[in-house]
Write a protein that binds this ligand. Sequence first.
Ligand code: ADP
Ligand code: MG
Length: 342
Amino acid sequence: MKRCLVCVLFLLVLSGCTRQPPVITEQYIAGTVVTQTIPQGNNSQAEIKDAARQVTERLRELESYFSVTISASDISRLNQSHRTTLQPDTKLLLEKALSLADTSDGAFNPCLLPLIHTWNISSALTEDAVFAVPSPSQIEQAKQHCGYHSLQVNGSEAFLSDAQGGVDLGGIAKGYMADEAVSLYRQLGIENACISLGGNIYAIGHNQYGHPWNIAIQDPRAPHGASIGTISLTDKSVVTSGDYERYVEQDGIRYHHIIDPSTGSPARSGIMSVSVISEDSAKADALSTAAFVLGLKGGRALLEKEHCDFIIVTEDKKIHLSKGIQDTFQFTGKENGYDVVS
Ligand code: ADP
Ligand code: MG
């Protein structure tokens, strides 16, 4: 899973008065570090701690439905028996995943499990020792069972018509979880918060200094924590997909965890990372994965069509910004050889 790709920066703007620090909690959920940062202000510390606890519980509940590794999850049951009843959350997420698969012409594909197993994406991409590039025939064989039209949701049931097919929601589930966390904060009267699930961040309201949240965008070729710039964010999510989170380099080729469904292999699209900004984190999550697959031209066209702001970093170290982000992006990547080109 994506380790923290981007981190929240609290800009120490001179505010002239002492403020209480935000409540910060950290848990490991759905294979990633989940950090909640909630400023003290309109809410008491007890209310904030209770909200953080309830959000943690809710995220663990969602993990228990969506996980491919928890054997009793909806998705595991679907993959085992190819027909199963769904929790309402899983139904919503599968429907959303199918709709975003259509939107992206299949570049985002929730049915890639056979290829994910073939490439051993769940484990080997972090351990060079056990990684082996599959043969072309193994890739071709797995690819044939990855058509997302084999997945159907009907009422509260899901079906997989391909007996060798399988669902993996790793490219969208954390976005859905971020959306659900934010809706729970709002229900609980928490107006200011920032939640980070690995590379998925959702920031609502403002930070402890009363300013929009500042989010750093990870430099895809530098150690964790080094950034190419920051954006300021309120009531929106930013989701990053990159080739630097889980990968193995072999014979000069970087094998990472984002699969191009049309080739059956890790995407080689000239992109190092894509960050997508939207009020809908599940959509931003799926579209960041899709844009990574499609490359600069196709990715940009998709994100513009879907009215999402974006930061696309290509292998030539150029940073491509959507119009809506150009004024708020604070570029800091010059020393590391980056250039903003739009
Ligand atoms: P992360 O999992 O690091 O948040 P992404 O959101 O880009 O990164 O999703 C990558 C994950 O999604 C992979 O680990 C895999 O489980 C799954 N995946 C890989 N390629 C695709 C794809 N083309 N469409 C949908 N899901 C994908
Ligand atoms: Mg994604």
